[in-house]
Design a protein around this ligand. Structure first.
Ligand code: ARG
Length: 256
């Protein structure tokens, strides 16, 4: 079901890309239209994922709360993670919320809002597998394409091979099938995945790096940036953020 929904989403997205409709707009245009258009991936549990046909997750709910604060309806576009930066530059939607960690490289092509959570990249492996950075020497590591996990894996001295996959569920499957020795991903994604798969014999290991995660938008769209930051601040102030953070992580995920 989840897979079907994802592919339907991808098909809808391709149809949209094919139509050539450019929609990243100035704040005044968004406000007048009454609807803001956001992109996410839908395969990064518990941040953005499908529950049956329904897109949900911490980031989906945070974005919906932000839109509500701004008096707007939110319309979702499901876009594969590796296509999101390019799609923003092509004005395919107003912003993306899909766990983008700040990097100077990405900041050359998109702007980052204030962070909506802070987190870390972590190793996961079979119980007897490589669970520390040092143990990754000569090992094959799986990561999602175009992520900070991929960037950071490349920096690990002595690492064997890095295999990239389109989305994290595929990396997890590869690890289960022992096609790779370890997986590097978000610590909450690993926790969420392992909690759902307690019999896989896979455990979380060392944390590799930390990052600040933000919504991203077209460069120099200052008014929209101010509005998104304002909406996020309101959601943080009125307790909505705390409630969502407890719901998904049982702790405060904000960057304190
Ligand atoms: N936090 C990582 C990064 O900044 C991965 C984000 C992946 N997001 C997703 N929706 N799959 O690259």
């Amino acid at each position: 079901m989840r897979v079907v929904a994802k592919w339907l989403g991808a098909a809808a997205c391709l149809a949209m890309l094919g139509s050539g409709s450019a929609v990243a707009r100035d704040w005044s245009v968004i406000k007048d239209s009454g609807t803001i258009i956001a992109a996410t991936e839908g395969a990064f549990y518990p941040f953005n994922y499908f529950e049956g046909p329904k897109l949900t997750g911490f980031e989906v709910e945070v974005a919906e709360a932000v839109a509500k604060k701004l008096g707007l309806k939110l319309e979702w576009r499901v876009v594969s993670f590796d296509a999101q930066l390019a799609s923003i530059r092509q004005d395919r939607f107003d912003f993306a919320i899909a766990s983008h960690g700040y990097t100077p490289e990405r900041a050359k092509s998109v702007d980052f809002a204030n962070p909506h959570y802070c987190t870390g990249g972590q190793i996961a492996a079979h119980k007897d597998g490589p669970l520390t950075v040092a143990a990754l020497t000569g090992k094959t590591v799986g990561v999602q394409l175009a992520t900070s996990y991929s960037d950071n894996a490349k920096k690990i001295p002595g690492i064997g091979e890095i295999k990239t996959y389109k989305a994290d569920p595929e990396v997890f499957s590869a690890l289960k099938a022992k096609k790779i020795d370890a997986w590097i991903s978000d610590k909450w994604v690993i926790k969420g995945t392992l909690d759902k798969n307690p019999d896989a014999g896979i455990v979380a290991g060392e944390q590799v790096f930390i990052e600040r995660v933000s919504m991203i938008l077209r460069k120099n769209n200052k008014e929209l940036m101010d509005q998104l930051n304002h909406g996020l601040a309101e959601v943080m102030k009125d307790g909505t953020y705390a409630t969502l953070s407890q719901k998904y992580f049982k702790t405060d995920a904000s960057c304190r």
